[in-house]
Ligand binder design. Structure first.
Ligand SMILES: [Fe+2]
Ligand SMILES: [Fe+2]
Length: 476
């Protein structure tokens, strides 16, 4: 028998009542890189796809349910969850740092409930951390066999032979987002209990256990699941093969393997309203115990006029790199429109104060052809003179944009056979060579231990880890 369920993460839901049109809400959209105003419609569009699949009975949502812990947003969001429940579906959630307001010295959370009006954001009624478990008790814990009260984590049966443990990793809201000692013990006991009963166990948590790229962990270790090394050891030791995560807003599948060959996967899903916006469809074969993960996007956004754009084009247009790509055509023709388009990405005040200087710098970046970096790295990229000559007609900026464009949706575009791979790694190999000779301390400190600049770059050029960030088949 096949059992199917779905997973969404990081909706960052903003209720229609929580904003009026103006710079405050638009600035927040850019700052968060989430299509906040469209989140109700985006959620409804995903919900429609989930409802259309009669074989699926459960939707998981792994935290950052709302924008910033406002009662209004939670109540409005729950109405949408209730509509799914009314149609006979189960909705199981965990909460994360965006879901509650900070209580000053009692936590390190940086969020506070707000409503966006024309010229500012004003405080709104807050949900606090201790209120989250009762608030969402009917969305997971009520169906669970065991609830860890302190953290709000719970263990529940998805289907015959398959157990899901939803870990709520609120921690202190910033520098430690994990389970405290009591929660760690509860988790270990729950895994044992399930395995002794012959069940396969899968986990879900908000923060990443394996970083999408090593550089992420290197520069932002506190953004990882608190205690990720211990949890990795535990999963390897107990043979738990997969954990579903969110928070990074990145579509990414990575494998961790310890020195004894024990392994597990971290399946990180892109945020609902960021970049491409996708949800996971997960099918478990109760006989073979194989878990099949695929990804589903939406084509349109319910109730929103996107001016003829597809859902992903519309959402991409709010991402920084989308803002840049969409504004570039105006660089030479309409400076004011260009400046307006890149607001939040480039320093608008500087662009306005020193237009000549900025125009010159941006135009030279726009004029750069791939032959220039190809020449710089020619000793390292294996390209011949003729090949480099041909690259004179290939502008470099669009190729760089393609790489950045894939950071959130995953599946980087340039595998080792492409000319772009050769050109870009040629540049970094030359820099690595200089670094090796001169031991530039500043550069070495920027890199994760044991990695070169080329290693860092390659992980963005294509999926050199599991081959596909959208799909994987895992034998549990
Ligand atoms: Fe998030
Ligand atoms: Fe988060």
């Amino acid at each position: 028998m096949k059992y199917t369920f779905y997973l969404l993460t990081d909706p960052h839901y903003l209720a229609p009542e929580s904003w009026v049109e103006g710079e405050p809400v638009n600035g927040r959209e850019r700052g968060d890189q989430i299509a906040l105003k469209a989140t109700p419609g985006i959620f409804d569009s995903f919900a429609e796809k989930f409802l259309a699949d009669e074989t699926a009975d459960t939707l998981l949502i792994t935290g950052d349910l709302v924008n910033a812990g406002a009662v209004t947003d939670h109540e409005s969001f729950k109405k949408r969850l209730d509509a799914l429940k009314a149609k006979g579906k189960r909705v199981w959630v965990t909460t994360a740092t965006h879901d509650y307001s900070s209580q000053g010295g009692r936590d390190e959370n940086i969020f506070g409930a707000v409503r966006y009006i024309e010229d500012r954001s004003e405080p709104a009624e807050s949900v606090y951390k201790t209120e989250l478990l009762p608030l969402y008790y009917d969305y997971g814990p009520a169906d669970a066999d065991s609830v860890h009260e302190e953290s709000g984590s719970y263990s529940a049966k998805l289907c015959e032979g398959l157990r899901l443990i939803m870990i709520n990793d609120n921690g202190n809201g910033r520098s430690f987002c994990g389970l405290f000692a009591d929660g760690v013990k509860w988790l270990s006991d729950e895994i044992d209990k399930a395995q002794n009963a012959g069940e396969k166990v899968i986990l879900a948590v908000h923060h990443p256990v394996i970083a999408p790229w090593e550089i992420y962990r290197h520069v932002a270790d506190f953004e990882m699941y608190g205690g990720y090394k211990d949890l990795s050891r535990l999963m390897c030791e107990k043979g738990v093969r997969v954990i579903f995560t969110g928070h990074t807003h990145v579509q990414n599948i990575r494998k961790y393997e310890d020195e004894n060959g024990n392994y597990f996967y971290d399946v990180s899903t892109v945020a609902m309203g960021s970049a491409c916006g996708k949800m996971r469809k997960i099918t478990f074969d109760t006989e073979t115990k194989v878990l099949d993960v695929t990804s589903i996007g939406i084509e349109t956004i319910k109730g929103l006029d996107t001016g003829g754009k597809s859902a992903s084009e519309y959402i991409y247009g709010l991402n920084f790199i989308g803002l840049l790509e969409n504004s570039l055509p105006y660089l030479r023709t309409d400076w004011n429109r260009f400046v307006d388009g890149v607001r939040g990405l480039l320093p608008t005040d500087q662009l306005k104060a020193h237009p000549a200087l900025w125009k010159k710098a941006l135009k030279s970046a726009d004029n750069l052809k791939m032959s220039t970096p190809a020449k710089f790295g020619k000793k390292y990229n294996g390209l011949g003179k003729e090949e480099i000559k041909e690259l004179k007609s290939m502008p470099a900026l669009p190729e760089i944009i393609k790489v950045i464009k894939h950071i959130y949706p995953g599946n980087g575009p340039f595998g080792p056979d492409t000319v772009q791979y050769k050109v870009f790694t040629g540049v970094t190999r030359r820099v690595d060579h200089i670094q090796e000779k001169l031991h530039i301390k500043k550069l070495a400190e920027l890199l994760p231990e044991g990695q070169t600049l080329t290693d860092v770059l390659v992980s963005f050029l294509y999926n050199d880890r599991t081959g596909d960030d959208d799909a994987i088949t895992i034998q549990l």
